[in-house]
Design a protein around this ligand. Sequence first.
Ligand code: KG4
Ligand code: ZN
Length: 338
Amino acid sequence: MKILAIESSCDETAAAVIEDGRKILSSVINTQVAEHGLYGGVVPEIASRRHTENIVGVVEKALADADMTLDDVDHIAVTAAPGLIGALLVGVNFAKGLSLATGKKLVPVHHLKGHIAANYLAHPELKPPFLCLVVSGGHSHIVEVSDYTKFRILGKTRDDAAGEAFDKAARAMGLPYPGGVHLDRVSKEGNPKAFSLPKPRVEGSPLDMSFSGLKTAVVNILHNAQQRGEEINIPDLCASYQDVICHALVDRVMLAAKEGGYKTVVAAGGVSANSGLRALLERECKRRHLELFVPPLELCGDNAAMIGSQAYYEALAEHFADLSLNARPTMPIDEDFE
Ligand code: KG4
Ligand code: ZN
């Protein structure tokens, strides 16, 4: 089964052709990161406009790179939730147009389920059930994946997502957008024990997390130093901050793995590119004899290949949509499109 997949939930316009959920025939990503970088974050209206301008070229290139035309594709898949609504609508409407014009079935895909499926593209041996840490710019979840289309949230953040926490602190420290990548880079020159920062725990809910207090602590450290005219060692602050976030995430995954008796741990989403997180997951999984899968760096961020992978399993489960499909800015990962 060959699926043409489209992704436009944030600041990447992407299209891919995927065979049987596991093989990338083509994958095209047009990123707007440089333009949003001028403003220090994604400007939703600019994102929608750029998607509108770029989507035709990106889809045409994905088909051409796969040496195919629309006739060779079985289904059309698209990210329909969650994300920036104006951005999502561009992809959803474009996919609906293609479906109407070709008579091919439409497969709506949940963006975070796509992030998880990025691992199927890189690891042919990976199959559910497994425990997954999903960490992106907008979400931090610990999820049980009992089957390709069955998800259960075991823990989540009560406020900021891990990626958001990285980006906001990075911005306060004067690092360029997108902050997570730069904070990761600068951390490598710092001492992770230099600053003592609050632990992002939620009383009574051991698998949930809260990152907003941690972010505020960093902002306060910076403000206080500025008022006193003191210099802050930014690499040390980055390393300490990253260390607390990574431990908070990995501690919870290990606890969930122990409680649920899982043998396999998977990481997904933009933040799974973080070098500290990958190293800590590796160390802790090895210690407990847990099998660990992380996406290769090129599949951690937003792309359409991962959407095409998840779409294959949604199509096998007959999870199709008709032309009344709408985009949704929020949608829990344990819900299906009706
Ligand atoms: O999954 P993603 O590409 O988009 C969303 O679905 O949100 O995730 C983007 C997030 C951003 O917050 C970005 O700063 C973060 O992932 N990120 C990182 C790293 N690379 C990307 N955070 C920490 N370390 C990294 N190396
Ligand atoms: Zn994403």
